[in-house]
Every structure is written in structure tokens, then in C-alpha cells.
Design a protein around this ligand. Structure first.
Ligand SMILES: [Zn+2]
Ligand SMILES: [Zn+2]
Length: 404
């Protein structure tokens, strides 16, 4: 896997970061940058761009180490193996309140092995020195040694998995987003050949070193989406979403929300801080599914949050058809017949035309002329106003009743 940064991103990120340092009273990098960049104006015009690019790259990658944020995010979500040298720094981004998952039943013979040096064989050469330093640091008796061994073993599994992803992906390109809407990740060349991850990020996110936690959370969250897209288990497909534009928008928005919940809940279980905490995601979920009674709504959200594994198809079908989402996470017993009748789920069929309905008129009686209700009941004698109808059917019967 190759990791590259667009010149525009490097230029603006370096510029903003140096300015921030300078304003905070740290002038040395700022001065050094200008001592390298200012003479470029003396060069022939045609040579300047390449010369600026070179200086920006030196600062972005080496002097200010802004590219490290991207490497750490790739490590955190398992797209490249964790390198020992960055282990401590990753842990600072870890949420100390979240429970760590230690699966006791995943032990292997290695677990009993107290000799730490034998466990470095899977590591790359440059991490071995760091390993040695760690070994020296932990010569004191450590009551947590067993737990550490389990963790070490998990690290190896994670290492192998991440290695697979690293080998499968051709390139990660990080580019400058022009605005917030432009931010996000995408995977190119997904089907044929080796996939290419493209991530767009605002350069301003690199400017303030005190806000690197936000930058890290953003990068990790976006790379998780990209990782899903290249994961055969997730089985991402460019799906055709049927329906008129407003229906499509609704399904797309709900799909995005469910996918975000899937991303953030996994990060939460890993103890990694994401862009939004659980409660904020629940509030989003709440807004989309108001028609489901509160108790059941919470139950569905918790169910989705706790689910370890989704495929793309599962998320999409839950976004398209609420009945799927509800039947998956709520017992029938949780619902009284009465409650169920009053919920007009988006995507559920209109009782009159039987088409999947996204724009319900919940209680036509309350907004329509009596004659409209009567007109409907001539065709559907069992129908009651509380059964609701789609907005188109209501319109049709308004016309028929001569009140449209
Ligand atoms: Zn997202
Ligand atoms: Zn209808």
C-alpha cells in the first residue's frame, strides 16, 4: 500500500499549522520554513511550483509530522499493522472509559510463553528496538503479565488481519476537501484490480495541535467506511435504490445513519473515540424514526449498536424497509396491537394502494373533508381513518370527492 498526500493538502495544512505555531509563540519551525520557502521566489517561475511542493512535503511529513495522524488512523482501524513505535501514542487517543475487549477463549499456546523476545518474530525490523526497550521497562514483577500476554496474542491476530488489508489496497490518497460537505472517503477501482482509497479532509483540521483528537476521530471514522468497502465480508455493492427522488433521499439518509452507527459502535467497543458518541447517534436515530414508540425505538437502536457484524445488504434492507429493522430487534410481545396499528412506518404499504409509502397521512379525518373519508370507505369498507393512507391516495380521493 502506498500512502500519498495531495500537494494542495500539504501546502494548506503546513501553512495553517505553522501560523498556529507562530501565533502561539513557537517561531522556530515558522522561521525555518520561510528560510527555505522565501528564496523560491528568486527561481524562474516554471520551477517554483515543484520547489514549493518539495518544501511543503518536507514539513508535512518530516518536520511537523502531520502525516503521522493519517498513519495512526490507518493503524487504529486495522488498515495497516500497528507499529510498536507508535503504540503509546495510539493509546492516548483511546477512550479510557470504554471497556476493553479481552476474549479469554482466544488463547493459543503462545499465551503461556513468558519469554517476550520470542514474540517479536512477526514484527518488522524497526520495531524490534522498541520491543527491547519495552522489555527493559517491564523487568519489575508485573501482576498483569498474563493479561498482557493475551493482549500480545490479540495484537498478533490484529497484525495479520491488518497486513491482509494493507496488501489488498493499492493506495490511500489523502486530498484536500474544499468544504465540509466535500469531506469523506471513497473507494475507487473497487471491483477491478487493487482498490484505491481516496479520503478528502479539510486542511484546517491539521492546523491546531490541540485539536488533533478531532482530526484523529474524523480520519478513523472515514477510514472505517473505506475499510468496510474493501472488506469481502461487508460485501459492498453500488446498489440501485428504487423510488422517486424523495424516497431515495430518505433511504440514503437512513442507510448512512445506520452505517455510521455500525462504524461508531465498533470503534466504541475497541475503545477508540469516534466523531460522535453513542448518545448523539441515538438522537439522530431518534429523529429518523419518530413514528416508532420511544421504548421500541431505544430497543432497536441498542440492538443495532450491539451488533458485531453487518453486511452492506443488511444495512440497506434495514434502511429501505422498516419492518425488517423492527422485526429484527423487537419481540412481537413488546408491541400491543393498538400501538402497531398507529405506526405508519416509512416504507410500509399504504392500506389502499399497497405501494411502499414514505409520505403518510396518519389520520386523514383530521385534515380532510368528511366526504373524502366516505369516498375511501366506499372502496374500502373496513378502512378507518387511523389506518392512514399515502398522500397520493388521499389526493386521489379528494379529487373523487370533488374537494381537491
Ligand atoms: Zn460516516
Ligand atoms: Zn396509497
Amino acid at each position: 500500500m502506498k500512502i500519498s498526500f495531495s500537494p494542495q493538502l500539504m501546502e494548506e495544512a503546513v501553512f495553517r499549522h505553522l501560523n498556529h505555531l507562530e501565533r502561539s509563540g513557537y517561531r522556530s519551525e515558522y522561521d525555518e520554513y520561510h528560510s527555505l520557502a522565501d528564496p523560491i521566489y528568486e527561481l524562474p517561475e516554471d520551477d517554483r511550483e515543484a520547489a514549493f511542493e518539495k518544501v511543503n512535503k518536507i514539513f508535512f511529513v518530516e518536520r511537523l509530522k502531520l502525516s503521522d495522524h493519517v498513519l495512526r488512523a490507518l493503524e487504529a482501524c486495522g488498515l495497516i499493522p500497528k507499529r510498536k513505535r507508535t503504540r503509546r501514542r495510539i493509546e492516548t487517543a483511546v477512550n479510557p472509559l470504554a471497556p476493553r475487549l479481552v476474549e479469554a477463549d482466544e488463547e493459543s499456546p503462545d499465551t503461556e510463553d513468558d519469554d517476550e523476545t520470542s514474540e517479536t518474530n512477526a514484527e518488522t525490523a524497526d520495531s524490534e528496538t522498541a520491543q527491547e526497550i519495552e522489555a527493559v521497562e517491564s523487568t519489575d514483577y508485573d501482576p498483569n503479565q498474563d493479561a498482557q500476554a493475551v493482549e500480545q496474542n490479540e495484537d498478533e491476530i490484529a497484525y495479520d488481519l491488518a497486513r491482509e488489508f494493507e496488501e489488498r489496497i493499492k493506495e490511500v490518497m489523502v486530498k484536500r476537501a474544499i468544504n465540509k460537505v466535500d469531506e469523506g472517503s471513497n473507494v475507487l477501482n473497487r471491483i477491478s484490480g487493487m482498490p484505491l482509497i481516496e479520503l478528502r479532509v479539510l486542511a484546517s483540521r491539521f492546523s491546531n495541535p490541540e485539536e488533533v483528537k478531532d482530526l484523529g476521530a474524523f480520519l478513523i471514522h472515514e477510514f472505517m467506511h473505506a475499510k468496510d468497502m474493501v472488506d469481502p465480508e461487508f460485501d459492498y455493492e453500488d446498489a440501485f435504490i428504487p423510488g422517486n427522488p424523495s424516497v431515495k433521499n430518505l433511504i440514503t439518509a437512513r442507510f448512512r445513519l445506520l452505517w455510521n452507527v455500525y462504524v461508531d459502535s465498533r470503534l466504541d467497543r475497541m475503545g477508540v473515540i469516534s466523531v460522535m458518541p453513542r448518545e448523539a447517534r441515538f438522537r439522530e436515530f431518534d429523529n429518523f424514526y419518530r413514528k416508532i414508540p420511544e421504548k421500541q425505538r431505544r430497543g432497536i437502536f441498542e440492538g443495532v449498536w450491539r451488533t458485531e457484524m453487518f453486511t452492506h445488504e443488511e444495512l440497506l434492507s434495514m434502511a429501505t424497509d422498516l419492518e425488517t429493522l423492527m422485526s429484527k430487534y423487537i419481540d412481537d410481545a413488546d408491541f400491543s396491537e393498538e400501538e402497531r396499528e398507529y405506526i405508519h412506518l416509512q416504507g410500509a404499504p399504504c392500506p389502499l394502494c399497497k405501494f411502499p409509502t414514505y409520505n403518510w397521512v396518519d389520520d386523514p379525518e383530521s385534515i380532510c373533508d368528511e366526504m373524502v373519508i366516505e369516498a375511501i370507505q366506499i372502496d374500502f369498507p373496513d378502512w378507518e381513518s387511523k389506518d392512514g393512507a399515502c398522500d397520493r391516495c388521499v389526493e386521489v380521493y379528494e379529487l373523487r370527492a370533488g374537494v381537491g
